[in-house]
Design a protein around this ligand. Structure first.
Ligand SMILES: Cc1ncc(COP(=O)(O)O)c(C=O)c1O
Length: 386
């Protein structure tokens, strides 16, 4: 089981705090945006007498409202097509367990969300990566590359749209092409759409379930964590119109009894969050992205992919091992008492040895903090020798 590259340096960060260093957390997608007040109030003002289990697939009331949310996003699903999970994380585990037997393969464009490695190992699934490159701003490799990798053991193609860690946003045409491949080869297309709302530059997100004829082959992974800045709620869902997928995923859901009750109450109310909240949050992230990228591009030897969505970017640094560099930043370095924590990027690839000179940066901090964090990075690179 691999360590999470996002969290494995926490003990070194703890040491840095003990030395009274200020640490800018660029490593983790924990937004500093306030959760919707109404969702917080719903938990405080509940009228439950027993904090009981809910149904394994999640409360009927919540699933009905999630279905309405999807309807508004042109994704035609009903409450029966939804299983509420303990975060998108559990939805990913359920998806792999549902569609794969041990030894089966899932094709994933890399770099990908690092915990896919852990979920695949926990499910006995082999990830078959399709490499995408910073030079091409992580554009999807030619579709022929995907088809070459399909074997009798392949069960699915898994994409993250918009992507963590690259910020890549799949075009409608790319989704259509992927949909054609999975239908041709009788595979699933699993789309992790937890960042659906976070899309910039006037671009639009196109969901796999907006595509006609994907009812049997499409599975969406979703979460309230980022959408409403409610990471601690631990609520997500798995969505599919394929009845067999839902029936099988429900068995996994039954084994873990139910998703958290209070958090479903909060998440149900969060669904009433007005568009104005998202408009403000998206504008804020866009400004953070622009600020971060502009400052990173000023550092000699640094290359950065430009994200079109989500709130991460992969940054190539003039170093040979970002694991060692990230640890050194916490243990050895500070600029006037301040340092940064980054996520070494090798853990976001499954091809060994790739991404060693890259880190993932999350732009979840205020602009002033991001500017300062890049100053710290620049000073660190001047001082560091491999
Ligand atoms: C792409 C992606 N998928 C899934 C998750 C899991 O999130 P959660 O379990 O909090 O819903 C994350 C969290 O960062 C993520 O970035």
């Amino acid at each position: 089981m691999p360590e999470s590259p996002i969290r494995k340096l926490v003990p070194f960060a703890e040491k840095a705090y003990k030395q009274n260093k200020i640490v800018y957390h660029l490593n983790i997608g924990q937004p500093d945006i306030k959760s919707p007040q109404a969702a917080m109030d719903a938990v405080v003002n509940h009228n439950l007498e027993i904090l009981a289990y809910t149904r394994s697939e999640g409360s009927e009331a919540y699933r009905t409202k999630i279905a309405a949310y999807y309807g508004k996003n042109d994704i035609p699903v009903s409450a029966d097509d939804i299983i509420v999970t303990t975060g998108g994380s559990e939805a990913l585990l359920f998806a792999m367990g549902t569609i794969c037997d041990s030894g089966d393969e899932v094709i994933i464009p890399e770099p990908f969300y690092a915990n896919y490695n852990g979920f695949a190992i926990a499910s006995g699934v082999t990830i078959v990566p399709v490499n995408s490159k910073i030079e091409d701003n992580f554009a999807l490799p030619p579709i022929s590359e995907f088809e070459k990798l399909i074997t009798p053991k392949t069960k699915a193609i898994l994409i993250c749209n918009p992507g963590n860690p690259t910020g890549y946003l799949y075009s409608k045409d790319e989704i259509k092409t992927l949909a054609e491949i999975v239908k041709k080869h009788d595979l699933f297309l699993v789309a992790d759409e937890v960042y659906r709302e976070f899309v910039y530059d006037g671009l639009e997100h196109y969901s796999i379930l907006q595509e006609a004829d994907m009812a049997q082959n499409g599975i969406i992974i979703d979460s309230v964590s980022k959408r409403y800045s409610m990471c601690g709620a631990r609520i997500g869902c798995l969505v599919s119109k394929n009845k067999e997928v839902i029936a099988t995923a429900l068995k996994f859901a039954q084994a873990r009894l139910s998703p958290p009750t209070f958090a479903q109450i909060a998440s149900e109310v969060a669904l009433t969050t007005p568009q104005s909240y998202f408009d403000a949050v998206i504008e804020e992230y866009k400004e953070r992205r622009d600020t971060l990228i502009a400052h990173l591009q000023k550092i000699d030897g640094v290359k950065v992919g430009i994200p079109k969505g989500a709130f991460y970017c992969i940054v190539e640094l003039p170093i040979s091992n970002s694991d060692a560099f990230a640890q050194w930043l916490l243990e050895e370095f500070d600029l006037d008492g301040e340092t940064i924590m980054v996520a070494p990027a090798a853990g976001f690839y499954s091809t060994p040895g790739v991404g060693l000179n890259q880190v993932r940066i999350a732009y979840v901090l205020k602009k002033e903090s991001l500017i300062r964090a890049v100053e710290v990075l620049k000073a660190a690179l001047q001082q560091y020798s491999d």
